[in-house]
Write a protein that binds this ligand. Structure first.
Ligand code: GCW
Length: 671
């Protein structure tokens, strides 16, 4: 499906006279983003307004035309544009009146973004746009695809890979281009095409040639290809992968040159090292920065970037010791390396200290790396959050992290300003979204989950946007502008993350899914005594991780002082992170006045009740949405409603058995 780029006719549209009669894509050469912009404008306007405009590549009379091009091409043809000086890399200027539309990109990619912006406005029934300059807040706006060479996708819920099959890059790249088109429309400029748990066979001649073809399919959309690397790749030929061995360095320089030969505009590398069994520099007693810089040297001559993941921890950690804490790992591994990374290295940090749980505080690492560029990693594919069988609109969760103020040096230090490079004056930084897109026609396995992909791109461009405003753009583009459809999907989506949190793991206790295998469905018992370090420390009388400095793992002390003091202190810690930072009796009173255990019981009933209403809400849209998508989403909402009851009863029963504390409302247990 076309996702949000349907270009469906707009009812009550002001008519074809509301757009100019021709499109000029300035100096457009075949397969360039400006060429794509011209074609996209033609296709979009034909779909939305039923009028096919003449398209040409040469500057003509700009009156009564839609002119799209780079700032250089535009000024050559039509003279100075005063807004041009405000344009930053990938930025664009857009102005639209009824008889003249000007779309000028700082580069070709920006011009394409401007075309998509104009089409998005048209599709939402706005035919004019105030003259405005649009610039990105962050240079790195990438997806991470966790696609394996055999065609499976780690944590993907939408069928096999678009990129690989049976060990090789696919022959047919049609869907790759369609995906790049969706990404370009939300201003994503890079895509890591293979899993961070990477395989050295990606670097075979045949696959490097294949990467060239993938990049060719993405290039017309301005999406640059990047790849994940297996740190031990040289081992087979050299018998070593020591990052300080000159032979190893030369090996990487050589293979990197070969790749750039096929993919001249490769974005760079993504590296997961010394994490969950992956090889890395620690094997040779080298530091993580030694490892990262080895790749940085290889891509530097080509202008490439190395995204080095901060997701490094011991996955055989002993639960016996109460001061052990996986949440401490990132700072322990990375803080002392601050300043040691080359300039083209970006440390990519998962939003929270553990692993994409339903509620986590922001990772303390954001607040403490001052001489290192950083990026935030979020999961669009909701591994722990219902795997697209539950509706969970994630933008509100991402916004909470992005807006969180670390108060580094007692100074405003919002995560969103740290990762753009603004706060610590870093040259690079941005966003990585783990997408999970597969060959299924819905892309993510569920039509309604596409709001998450859409919102990721929008926030990566401008983190100050509101989650509801982004959502409503997506709804209008995806389902049309019927008011009931808009209101209903807005209401359901905005309630969805709180509902999921309520019927899974609340008060910051972690999601409470099965963590050993599926990461799906309730399994609170699996959340203790495992080597993964995802613990709740629940016993008969008490629950929660004591992460205080005075008594626990010390994790609260990893935050800058103003924040550390809040998390250290039971009274000041917000209820929704209480069990993340503190170990308390089930009878502990929350700020709401309820006990922890009663909150568990009530929240689980509330959350599951909300999931029941989603079914009724969705059913009210019958006839207002096409049958195929109506039935598809109804099926999922019905599943979610049932599964939320399973969640509710499993979790409540589990803690009722453990604590033997009755539910005041007498719903839980045997009565
Ligand atoms: O959350 C865990 C996932 C793994 C994933 C890992 C990571 C790609 O369960 O599937 O591996 O995180 O982010 O590296």
């Amino acid at each position: 499906s076309q996702g949000w780029l349907r270009y469906a006719p707009v009812p009550n549209a002001p008519g074809p006279e509301s757009v100019p009669s021709a499109i000029i894509a300035l100096n457009a050469t075949q397969s360039s983003p400006v060429f794509t912009a011209g074609e996209e404008l033609q296709r979009g306007i034909e779909g939305i307004l039923g009028k096919r405009l003449h398209l040409s590549a040469t500057a003509g009379q700009s009156h009564s035309a839609i002119v799209v091009g780079t700032v250089d091409a535009y000024t050559n043809a039509y003279g100075d544009l005063k807004e041009a000086e405000d344009l930053e890399t990938d930025g664009f200027f857009l102005s639209a009146t009824l008889d003249k539309v000007v779309i000028v990109g700082q580069n070709e990619r920006g011009a394409l973004y401007g075309a998509f912006e104009y089409l998005s406005q048209l599709a939402q029934n706005n035919v004019t746009c105030e003259p405005l300059v649009y610039n990105p807040q962050a240079p790195i706006r990438w997806t991470n695809e966790w696609d394996n060479m055999d065609g499976s996708i780690e944590r993907g819920y939408a069928g096999p890979s678009l990129f690989f099959r049976d060990g090789f890059v696919v022959d047919n790249t049609t869907r790759v281009a369609e995906y790049a088109r969706l990404l370009a429309s939300i201003r994503i400029n890079g895509m890591i095409v293979n899993n961070v748990n990477a395989n050295a066979t990606l670097l075979s001649d045949r696959n490097v040639e294949g990467l060239g073809r993938l990049a060719d399919a993405m290039r017309p959309y301005g999406v640059q290809l990047g790849i994940s690397l297996n740190f031990a790749s040289p081992n087979q030929t050299l018998g070593t992968f020591d990052p300080l061995d000159p032979k190893v360095d030369a090996w990487w320089a050589n293979i990197t040159n070969q790749i750039y030969n096929k993919v001249p505009d490769m974005a760079g590398y993504l590296v997961k090292a010394n994490s969950e069994g992956q090889p890395g520099p620690l094997t040779y007693n080298r530091t993580l920065s030694d490892g990262a810089n080895m790749f940085a040297r290889a891509v530097n001559p080509h202008g490439g970037v190395v995204m080095f993941r901060a997701f490094v921890y011991d996955n055989h950690i002993s639960p016996v010791n109460w001061t052990n804490d996986r949440a401490n790992a990132q700072l322990e591994f990375f803080q002392h390396l601050d300043g040691n990374f080359d300039d083209n290295v970006v440390v990519q940090i998962k939003f929270g200290p553990i692993d994409f749980q339903v509620r986590e505080p922001a990772s303390p690492l954001f607040g403490s790396l001052r001489n290192t560029s950083t990026a935030i990693e979020v999961q669009i594919t909701p591994e722990y959050l219902g795997q697209n069988c539950h509706l969970v609109y994630l933008a509100p969760q991402w916004k909470e992290i992005l807006e969180f103020d670390m108060r580094s040096d007692n100074h405003s230090s919002k995560v969103k300003d740290i990762i753009t490079g603004e706060r610590f004056k870093r040259p690079l930084g941005g966003y990585a979204g783990v997408s999970g897109v597969g060959s299924n026609t819905t892309w993510l396995g569920s039509h309604i989950a596409m709001s998450n992909l859409y919102a990721f791109g929008r926030l990566a461009w401008d983190a100050s946007l509101g989650s509801e405003a982004i959502l409503q753009d997506w709804i209008r583009l995806t389902f049309g502008s019927n008011q009931d459809v808009l209101d209903t999907i807005t209401d359901m989506s905005m309630k969805s993350w709180p509902a999921y949190e309520n019927y899974s793991g609340n008060l910051g206790v972690q999601t409470l899914t099965d963590i050993l295998y599926t990461h799906f469905g309730p399994n609170p018992a699996s959340q203790d005594n495992n080597g993964w370090g995802q613990w709740t420390r629940a016993d008969n009388v008490s629950i929660g991780m004591d992460r205080t400095v005075k008594n626990g793992t010390g994790n609260a002390g990893q935050y800058p002082p103003e924040i550390a003091q809040i998390y250290e202190n039971l009274e000041q810690t917000p209820d929704n992170l209480l069990l993340w930072f503190h170990h308390v009796p089930y009878t502990q009173r929350l700020k709401s006045g309820k006990t922890v255990i009663q909150h568990f019981y009530d929240a689980h009933y509330e959350g599951a009740a909300t999931a029941q209403t989603f079914v009724k809400q969705w059913k009210s849209l019958e006839g207002k949405i096409d049958k195929e998508r109506f039935e598809h989403v109804l099926f999922r909402q019905t599943f979610q409603a049932g599964h939320s009851l399973v969640w509710r009863d499993s979790i409540n029963q589990f803690y009722h058995n453990l604590s033997a504390i009755p539910d005041e409302a007498k719903r839980v247990g045997n009565h």
